[in-house]
Design a protein around this ligand. Structure first.
Ligand code: DGJ
Length: 729
């Protein structure tokens, strides 16, 4: 049984044969954290927890003075009863006090996993895939129940956690903090790792040793953000790509989040993730329930690579949804970097024609097709086609594209409004704002108030009309600013600090409705590139525009960092023009292709203006991409060389049966008179024999993995090589 309840010892043991997670109800009432990690045997008795009295550690149990919440490793700790560390939650009662005492009331164990109301979450397709434990604690004075939800997947080393607060009492309470999970480890000699960045430099890896006190990453931008990804990991000090214990936690949420680690004076490490408590409160009235977002927790004893492959599989198959979930994606051409706002039907057709000749399958019309949108100063909100640019409307252009047997895709930025727009003139109170205060623009736009139902309904209706107006098979959903003056004209004063979370619920509602209504569209989310690359958005849209930075060298770091959690099938990657528009760098077309081919391949340049030689190269790369795209999309990824460590980057994707693989190797700056270099592969069968690039020579898997693939001497900056590996019988 994957979840065992030992009544006598009051121990819950969640396990799937590889991973264990153990909780003990100490004194029958406090859920203590005993263990999370590599599987341990279930025992009838466990005496792991020992209490030792400590000076200044108060006790809630006068009969057992050694007991203190201050030193107890806990599952969901509070502040105020003797634990002086950061609490997992805080609640303010009607009398103004924040003291609570939630104690065990009941529990439920069942096969399967329930969806979270109104929120994206990991799912199952059959009850046999996962098992769930819900521990209910109650604060009898407040009449509030707290449900701790745990699900363990049988075939993946994943545990999901979330919490719901149920008000069964009579006086309203206010939630001030409610993390989605919290775990106390009896150890502090860890490194911690997270992904940081900014616009066009997203998800760079940062790893440091833990220090005493609190270390935290967060977003207060109204989006998961370019700056920090809602993910954090603890690693044993020796961890690399292949070896070491890794504990990753990722939040299925696209708004303000906080991930925190606290090391106390007894070398206990408290790890938590959830909605950012800063500037957040939620009024819970009698009869109401509040559900936190879900945290996805992954344990790996196979280093960072093991953690990533588990996240990849879970996100790809049990977070992403829709008809494209298990399909490779069409190769696209997007007109943004080719034309920006300056286009007409003729220009677009030229790009589509040239793309079509080279084998591109989808044409995407980006920003500038609606209202009076000739620059970024106006028209967001006015989703009516600009007939000056497109005299035959979207349908006319889509029709032309369709006749070429290409698909047609469209860019929208629905969550925003330009002050210079018909929508804003009609509904000036529909944006986030605080009465009497300035409405601070960013990229000349304001944010629509999606905490309001009528705004959400309006968007569902308007977008449905646009999506129906032409044969649209792909939508790029953009969002190009963060929130300021956060307030809603529709909420009472005591609920103003709910606005951002209500916005997220509104956004998820819109996405649920639209994906339900238009299930065959391939959706790509975007927020100035990767400003909202998170599992929450992936639940609705199975891919994300990874970054506005299309420079091949910069992309190595971005795609490498992103791959820590997100599989290649979720990353949009485009070949763009040189000198690159973001960094001015000139890289060879082959390297640009090889970088983009390691994810969902696309193009974003005046492809009609390429030289004949370049066109031949592009056509050949597209052909090769067709041969390898199933590996990139569905294979197991192994990162071989990190761009954060030097001039070489390499990664490979291996088919689930280890019969085929594709290896990408990139050299940014060449070294004079370089040493011979062998690239050690991974993930192959040791005893199997493989051909490399269809060459006559045959290698055993262990040779390729332990001795390595001999690379050519590289004498040029920005070189790249792609190797197709195939098992021979
Ligand atoms: C930001 C996106 O990331 C770009 O790809 C492009 O769509 C622009 N917005 C359009 O305004």
């Amino acid at each position: 049984m994957p979840i065992e309840w030992n009544e006598k010892e009051k121990v819950f043991h969640l396990s799937n044969g590889r991973v264990s997670y153990i909780i003990q109800l100490v004194l029958g009432k406090y859920p203590a954290h005993l263990y999370w990690g590599r599987q341990v045997k279930t025992r009838q008795s466990s005496s792991i927890l020992a209490f030792k009295g400590r000076a200044f550690s108060p006790t809630t149990e006068p009969k057992d003075p050694k007991f203190s919440l201050d030193t107890l490793p806990q599952e969901y700790p509070a502040y105020g009863n003797g634990d002086f560390r950061s609490p997992a939650y805080q609640l303010r009662s009607a009398d103004g006090s924040t003291i609570t005492e939630f104690v065990y009331n009941s529990h439920e164990i069942f096969q399967g996993k329930r969806p979270l109301k109104g929120l994206p979450a990991a799912y199952i397709e059959d009850d046999s895939e996962a098992d769930t434990l819900i521990i209910t604690l109650v604060d009898s004075l407040l009449g509030v129940g707290m449900n701790l939800h745990y699900t363990i997947y049988r075939d993946l080393d994943v545990i999901t956690r979330s919490v719901s607060f149920e008000h069964l009492g009579s006086r309203e309470v206010e939630l001030h903090k409610c993390m989605s999970m919290s775990v106390d480890f009896h150890q502090a000699d860890w490194d911690w790792l997270h992904l940081h960045g900014t616009w066009s430099r997203e998800r760079h890896i940062e790893r440091s040793s833990l220090h005493h006190g609190i270390q935290t990453i967060s977003s207060a931008r109204g989006a998961s953000s370019h700056q920090h990804n809602p993910f954090i990991a603890l690693l044993s000090r020796n961890t690399d790509e292949e070896y070491g214990d890794v504990y990753g936690v990722s939040l299925v949420y696209s708004g303000n989040f906080q991930a925190a680690i606290e090391v106390d004076s007894f070398q206990t490490t408290r790890l938590s993730i959830g909605i950012n408590p800063f500037d957040f409160t939620w009024l819970l009235k009698p009869g109401e329930t509040f559900q936190t977002p879900e945290a996805i927790m992954v344990y790996s004893s196979d280093g960072l690579g093991g953690m990533s492959r588990t996240y990849h599989k879970l996100l790809r198959t049990r977070v992403c949804r829709g008809v494209y979930r298990d399909k490779t994606r069409p190769i696209l051409i997007n007109n943004w970097e080719a034309t920006y706002f300056d286009f007409n039907e003729k220009k677009l057709k030229k790009i589509a024609d040239a793309g079509n000749e080279l084998g591109i399958e989808l044409f995407v019309l980006d920003d500038g097709w609606f209202g009076r949108r000739d620059n970024d100063k106006s028209s967001l909100g006015d989703w009516v086609v600009n007939r000056k640019k497109l005299p035959n409307g979207l349908a006319g252009l889509a029709d032309y594209i369709g006749k070429k047997r290409m698909q047609f895709g469209l860019w929208v930025e629905p969550e925003m409004v330009s002050p210079d727009s018909e929508l804003y003139r009609r509904h000036p109170d529909w944006c986030l704002h605080v009465p009497g205060r300035r409405r601070t623009p960013s990229r000349n736009q304001l944010v629509l108030d999606l905490s309001r139902k009528e705004v959400c309904d309006y968007l569902i209706d308007t977008l449905s009309k646009v999506f129906k107006s032409a044969p649209i098979s792909y939508v790029k959903w953009d969002m190009n600013r963060n929130m300021t003056e956060i307030g809603s004209a529709a909420l009472p004063p005591e609920r103003q600090r709910e606005t951002v979370h209500r916005y997220m619920l509104g956004l998820y509602w819109i996405l649920e409705k639209l994906t339900e209504r238009f299930p065959t569209i391939l959706y790509e989310s975007c927020s100035g590139g990767g400003g909202r690359f998170d599992p929450g958005m992936l639940y609705y849209m199975p891919q994300t525009w990874t970054s506005d930075d299309t420079d091949a060298v910069e992309r190595l770091k971005i795609q490498y960092g992103t791959s820590l959690i997100y599989p290649a099938i979720t990353m949009g990657a485009h070949v763009s023009d040189v000198p690159n528009h973001q960094v001015g760098r000139t890289t060879p077309l082959l390297m640009r292709c090889h970088v983009a081919m390691a994810a969902n391949l696309g193009f974003e340049l005046n492809i009609d203006k390429l030289s004949e030689d370049d066109k031949t190269l592009v056509a050949a790369q597209i052909q090769q991409y067709h041969q390898i795209k199933d590996l990139v999309c569905f294979g197991d990824q192994f990162r071989l060389l990190s761009p954060f460590a030097g001039m070489d980057t390499a990664w490979m994707y291996v088919s689930p049966k280890q019969e085929r693989a594709v290896v990408f190797y990139y050299k940014t700056l060449a070294t004079p008179n370089p040493p011979f270099f062998r690239l050690k592969l991974r993930g192959l069968k040791r005893e199997a024999m493989y051909k490399v690039n269809n060459d006559d020579k045959v290698f055993f898997g262990d040779e390729l993995m332990q001795i390595g693939l001999t690379l050519p001497l590289i004498k040029k900056d920005y070189s790249s090589h792609l190797y197709q590996i195939e098992k021979v019988n």
